[in-house]
Structures are given as structure tokens and as C-alpha cells.
Design a protein around this ligand. Structure first.
Ligand SMILES: [Zn+2]
Length: 48
């Protein structure tokens, strides 16, 4: 499944995305861990 990295706008495949996290019950996929860290500055991840 294709997903969009909300930080840089790149299209990533959910099965191969290098980074992912859950925010508000939604799984978000990132092209890189650096994008995930940027996202988490403004979106706190859900507790695991
Ligand atoms: Zn990215």
C-alpha cells in the first residue's frame, strides 16, 4: 500500500517504509527516521 510521508511529501510503500509510527491511532509512514523525528516535534507518538 502506498502512503505519503507527511514531512517531505514523498510517496513510500507501507511494507518497505524505513520508519513508521502511530499518532492518534493512525499509522504514519516515513521515508527516513529523520523525517519521523521532524514529525514527532509537533505530533507526539501514541504510547505503546
Ligand atoms: Zn521524508
Amino acid at each position: 500500500m502506498k502512503a505519503k510521508d507527511p514531512v517531505c511529501g514523498m510517496t513510500v510503500d507501507s511494507s518497505t517504509a524505513p520508519a513508521r509510527g502511530t499518532y492518534g491511532g493512525q499509522t504514519v509512514y516515513f521515508c527516513a527516521q529523520s523525517c519521523q523525528r521532524t514529525y514527532e516535534r509537533t505530533h507526539p507518538p501514541d504510547p505503546r
